[in-house]
Design a protein around this ligand. Structure first.
Ligand code: GDP
Ligand code: MG
Length: 298
């Protein structure tokens, strides 16, 4: 008889305030730059799923858009995505910025009426920025928390061991060499949005939604037509720049990133369109691919 090794597999959900370092941690865990990281908060608008497979464990890691108050329609969509992620989890990593001191419980921070079904591991991130005495004080205040630095990698092995122990016995849920379950076109649109975030000043980027209208992998170079939607004519002018210089720069930088992602030469056909007030318009949000709370009744 052939002995069957025991494997573990399940969903690891990372939750925390904007800027806590969720995307950085996800990238560290899956070892691939899948989710976008940025010094500006709220840059992750949809769940991004990465997968870490070792010989005997498979973690399907989800990044959440942060636990925000429902101020307007877009944020409601983000919050609904975070809730769904919590309900799907086998284990939850509650990530907090260590510089903010001892964090409230996840229930308090997220305004949850009931505790999540899955076990919650509190990880205190950015420990690299603290002085030794600050670390000691934090460890005394939250003895069960895991001190980590998503940036340097300190504490990540210990975190992965705790996560592995918390996962149920299960066969692998995805092929061992899959790094992501979401289609490439999602990551391509994130590449474009990330590039726009980097190249533009504060106001415009949050008004940019990027939609991939055509993605032809069978062509050489791979043909991608993408539209960046902004809210106002003035934003469109900023995005396009003098004689189109800005949009050309964004397109060039985004193309290089997408080529890394798909591993082939890419022709990026990039457009800018004005969709007035898309962030406050539920119908518009749906057309742009966001799911709103009332969509998840099924
Ligand atoms: P998210 O909004 O929770 O996804 O946070 P990000 O992963 O985008 O990180 C927000 C900012 O914190 C970025 O500038 C990161 O480089 C930074 N950051 C993340 N983890 C660490 C860490 O362990 N140490 C330090 N010093 N900075 C970090
Ligand atoms: Mg993020």
């Amino acid at each position: 008889m052939i002995p069957i090794a025991m494997t573990r597999a399940g969903i690891v959900t990372v939750v925390g305030k904007p800027n806590a370092g969720k995307s950085t941690l996800l990238n560290r865990i899956v070892g691939q730059k899948l989710s976008i990281t940025s010094p500006k908060p709220q840059s992750t608008r949809e769940r991004v799923v990465g997968i870490l497979s070792t010989a005997d464990t498979q973690m399907i890691v989800t990044d959440t858009p942060g636990l925000l108050n429902p101020r307007y329609a877009l944020q409601r969509a983000m919050q609904a995505a975070a809730r769904r992620a919590l309900d799907d989890a086998d284990v939850i990593v509650y990530l907090a910025d260590a510089r903010d001191g001892p964090p409230p419980t996840l229930e308090d921070a997220a305004g949850l009426v009931t505790a999540p079904r899955a076990p919650v591991l509190l990880a205190l991130n950015k420990m690299d920025t603290l002085l030794p005495e600050q670390r000691a004080a934090l460890a005394a205040a939250r003895p069960s928390a895991l001190p980590i630095s998503a940036r340097t990698g300190d504490g990540i092995d210990a975190l992965l061991r705790r996560l592995t122990d918390a996962l149920p016995e299960s066969p692998f849920l995805y092929p061992a060499d899959d790094i992501a379950t979401q289609p490439l076109r999602f990551f391509a649109s994130e590449c474009i949005r990330e590039t726009a975030l980097e190249q533009l000043d504060d106001e415009v980027p949050y008004s940019v939604a990027c939609v991939i209208e055509e993605f032809r992998e069978e062509r050489h170079p791979v043909y991608i037509r993408a539209v960046m939607h902004v809210e106002r004519e003035s934003q469109k002018r900023i995005l396009i720049g003098h004689k189109g210089a800005r949009i050309r720069d964004i397109g060039r930088a985004a193309r290089v990133r997408i080529e890394e992602l798909v591993g082939a030469a890419v022709y990026l056909d990039l457009w800018v369109k004005v969709l007035p007030n898309w962030r406050r318009d539920a119908g518009m949000l749906r057309r742009l691919g966001y799911r709103l709370p009332e969509d998840s009744a099924s």
